[in-house]
Write a protein that binds this ligand. Structure first.
Ligand SMILES: Nc1ncnc2c1ncn2[C@@H]1O[C@H](COP(=O)(O)OP(=O)(O)OP(=O)(O)O)[C@@H](O)[C@H]1O
Ligand SMILES: [Mg+2]
Length: 465
């Protein structure tokens, strides 16, 4: 990853050290700012909205606020911001403290400049590859839904609020799995502890092991310092394993061990690390078929799947579409500072008929585009993307509509669906056949593929005669 456009803030009350760091980092292309106290750095950050470095390098012992206090203060609002702690006291205690405070890494002074650069580069890379999602302070995204399908999701989140069991969130891409993970964490006994996220699919397989479990200095070429993995960072809190279906086989085995024993070794490490981590995993893949094909461990699947939450597709909850559209219209207008647009009734109709293969994310993107591109204040059908205007998908899609209705009813606790829905299905077919035959029963029976007597019996049963 290139250092260009990456910002590093150096906090040290020793001007000469700060100067050396600045020189070395700027030479590599980083944009560096120096601060002689933690307070000064926080003032800069809070004074200017949007002022936010990619990495912070901070001394521990300074006049006023210490490096640890700075980490704590930063992580209240920016849980994902990597902070590298520099210490002149290369003892275990300050190292342990650094991790306990959630520092990304620590450097012992005097340090090797190359080691420092490697760490900074790693920290930048990490911030980009995986992030700690809205653990504490950040404003959580609103999760909206009034449909039965979403109410069910909310109910489960509520029921889970006193529990620390592992959860597996399943659902198509863009259905809000990450949002659900955040909501579970925020409403859990571990709400005040960090939620560390790692996206299995976004990190190269060869880096994933050390990302999860950490490594010791010298564990492999390029391992210039000790690295604390996500499991250790999440100790006491929650680990969000996103896209778990993409986890390589070898790591699945390690993961299973950590989940069952709560301990592991860092890569190249001899000392066992004990952790207490609640795991929330998510996937859009069919884990059962991955298990069947041998690509996913069955025992791991069962360990993760203690509680399963299914995020419904948008087409399973079409009634929520207008509400979501209005929400995204407001959000985009607020963000872009433009005028608040609205949709014509026809536009809502088309949107509710469309199948949304990309689910809420696709809807969000469409609304953003419309906010920018639609010429007038009221969005019209002609402004919509072409794929949404193609043949009304409702009439072609009666089977999925039927399936949606069936799932809705099951969710609301109904049983004996064949009796209720089956009767209505037959009624609809019989009515259509009778209408087509202009009331001629013999002909209607033929159209349906029944004998005359069957039709008569059905008419009586269904109270159609
Ligand atoms: N119920 C909801 N209310 C409001 N916004 C939502 C809702 N569900 C999803 N979103 C928004 O849709 C986008 C996609 O959601 P999210 O990233 O949680 O999906 P995902 O299931 O994790 O997708 P993927 O499998 O592709 O990672 C986000 O911007 C999210 O804020
Ligand atoms: Mg996701």
């Amino acid at each position: 990853m290139s250092a260009d456009n990456r910002t590093v803030w150096v906090v040290d009350d020793d001007a000469s050290i700060a100067w050396v760091l600045e020189k070395a980092l700027s030479r590599e292309g980083y944009d560096v700012s120096r601060f002689d106290s933690a307070e000064a750095m926080l003032a800069e950050m809070n004074g200017q909205p949007g002022a936010r470095p990619d990495v912070v390098l901070s001394d521990i012992r300074m006049e006023g606020m210490s490096g640890f206090e700075l980490v704590d203060a930063l992580h209240r609002d920016n849980a994902e911001l990597p902070v590298i702690i520099m210490t002149a006291y290369g003892d275990l205690d300050s190292a342990v403290d650094a991790y306990r405070h959630g520092a990304f890494e620590y450097l012992t002074k005097p340090f090797d400049i190359r080691e420092m650069l490697t760490l900074v580069e790693r920290a930048c890379h990490q911030g980009a590859a995986a992030d700690v999602t809205q653990g504490g302070g950040g404003k959580p995204k609103t999760m909206l839904g009034e449909s039965t399908a979403m109410q069910e999701v909310f109910r489960i989140i509520g029921r889970l609020s006193s529990s620390e069991m592992n959860v597996l969130i399943r659902g198509e891409s863009g259905t809000g799995k990450e949002l659900v993970a955040n909501a579970i964490q925020r409403n859990s006994p571990r709400a005040d502890k960090p939620m560390i996220a790692i996206n299995t699919a976004a990190i190269p397989a060869e880096l994933l092991e050390s990302e999860l479990f950490g490594h010791e200095k010298g564990a492999f070429t390029g391992a210039h310092g000790r690295h604390v993995g996500r499991f250790e960072q999440a100790d006491g809190g929650t680990l969000f394993l996103d896209e778990i279906g993409d986890m390589p086989a070898g790591l699945q085995t390690r993961l299973l061990r950590v989940l069952s024993e709560g301990r592991f070794y860092r890569v190249g490490g001899r000392e066992e690390v004990h952790v207490d981590v609640r795991v929330i995993a998510a996937t859009n893949q069919n884990l059962e078929s991955l298990v069947a094909s041998g690509a996913f461990r069955n025992d791991l699947f069962h360990r993760l799947n203690v509680i399963a939450i299914h995020t419904p597709t948008l087409r399973e909850r079409r009634s929520d579409i207008p509400m979501l559209v209005n929400h995204f219209l407001q959000q985009t207008a607020a963000e872009l500072g433009g005028e608040l647009k609205q949709c014509s009734a026809e536009v809502f109709e088309i949107m509710q008929a469309y199948d949304w293969p990309g689910n809420v994310r696709e809807l969000e993107n469409v609304v953003r585009r419309l906010t920018v591109l639609a010429p007038s204040k009221t969005i019209q059908p002609a402004d919509l993307p072409a794929e949404m205007l193609q043949a009304d998908s409702r009439s072609e899609d009666w089977e999925s509509a039927l399936a949606d209705t069936a799932s809705d009813r099951l969710r609301s606790g109904e049983s004996r669906l064949m009796q209720s829905m089956g009767a209505r299905f037959e009624t609809a077919l019989i009515r259509a056949a009778l209408a087509h035959s202009r009331g001629h029963k013999q002909k209607a029976a033929e159209l349906l593929g029944w004998g005359r007597n069957t039709l008569t019996r059905k008419l009586r049963q269904l109270h159609l005669d």
